[in-house]
Design a protein. Structure first.
Length: 240
C-alpha cells in the first residue's frame, strides 16, 4: 500500500532532508511541501494526505495551532527542535514526535508506527466480509541494511534479539541488524504473532518448534523464557 505525504516546515534544509528521507521509501509518495501552515491548510483541501510531517515553530500560525483547526486529520508526525512541546503535541493526537536533528532510522520508526496505525484503523473500519477471504493487513515493514531499504515480511521473521540500542532480526533467509530498541520493535510488530518472552528476545509464535520447561526451540536456537514473561507466554500457548 502507498501512503501520500505532506511536509510543512519553514526551514529549507528541513524540507530538503524530509524530502530525501521520503524518497528512500517506495511506499511513500510526497504530494506537496509547504513553508507555512496556511499553505499546508490549502494543500490539505486539495490533496488526500495520509502522513503529515509538521514543524511546530512557524511564523503566523504554529504547527500546533494548525492542528487545532483541522477537522479531519491525517496521521501527524511532529518535527521540531523543541522537546517541550511533546506533551501538547501528543494531546492533539500526534502519532510521533521527532526532535531535530533526527536520523533516518528514527524517521523510519515513526513512519512504521504511523502506517501500522493506518492499517489497523482501516481493518477495524472495514465492513464484515460475506465470503471466507481474510482481511488484508500490514504484513511487512522496511529496514535499513547495507545502505539500502529492504523489505522484511513478518511471516519470515523467526525471532528478534536485543543488542542494547540495536536489534538483530533473524529471518528464514538472513539476519538484519537495525538501530532500534526492542520496545520500539514490540510496538511495530503485530501482537497476534509476536511475543516478548525475555528481556532480550521476542519470537514469532508461528515459528515455535517445541517448548521444554523454560526453553523455546526455534530452528537450532534455544531461547529462555524470562520469569516475568512466563505466565503470559504459557497462557497464549494454550490458545494456539
Amino acid at each position: 500500500m502507498n501512503y501520500s505525504c505532506l511536509i510543512v516546515d519553514d526551514e529549507r534544509p528541513a524540507l530538503k532532508l524530509l524530502t530525501a528521507y521520503i524518497s528512500k521509501l517506495p511506499h511513500l509518495k510526497l504530494v506537496a511541501s509547504c513553508e507555512n501552515a496556511l499553505e499546508a491548510t490549502a494543500a490539505l483541501g486539495k490533496e488526500q494526505v495520509d502522513l503529515l510531517f509538521l514543524d511546530i515553530q512557524m511564523p503566523e500560525l504554529t504547527g500546533l495551532e494548525m492542528l487545532k483547526l483541522l477537522r479531519i486529520k491525517p496521521k501527524v508526525i511532529l518535527t521540531t527542535a523543541y522537546r517541550e512541546f511533546a506533551v501538547e503535541g501528543f494531546s492533539l493526537d500526534a502519532t510521533d514526535y521527532l526532535v531535530k536533528p533526527f536520523s533516518f532510522e528514527r524517521f523510519l520508526q515513526a513512519v512504521n508506527k504511523a502506517t501500522n496505525q493506518i492499517q489497523l484503523e482501516k481493518t477495524k473500519a472495514a465492513p464484515p466480509q460475506s465470503d471466507s477471504k481474510e482481511e488484508v493487513t500490514q504484513d511487512h515493514f522496511f529496514v535499513r541494511s547495507n545502505h539500502k531499504m529492504e523489505k522484511v515480511d513478518f511471516a519470515e521473521i523467526r525471532y528478534l534479539e536485543s543488542m542494547r540500542e540495536y536489534v538483530a532480526i533473524y529471518t528464514t533467509k538472513r539476519k538484519f541488524v537495525v538501530h532500534q530498541t526492542m520496545n520500539q520493535m514490540e510496538k511495530e510488530l503485530p501482537s497476534t504473532n509476536f511475543m516478548r518472552v525475555h528481556r532480550s528476545f521476542m519470537i514469532n509464535l508461528d515459528k515455535i518448534e517445541s517448548v521444554m520447561g523454560n526453553m523455546i526451540l526455534i530452528g537450532d536456537q534455544k531461547i529462555g523464557i524470562g520469569a516475568s514473561y512466563k505466565k503470559r507466554f504459557f497462557d497464549q500457548l494454550r490458545l494456539l
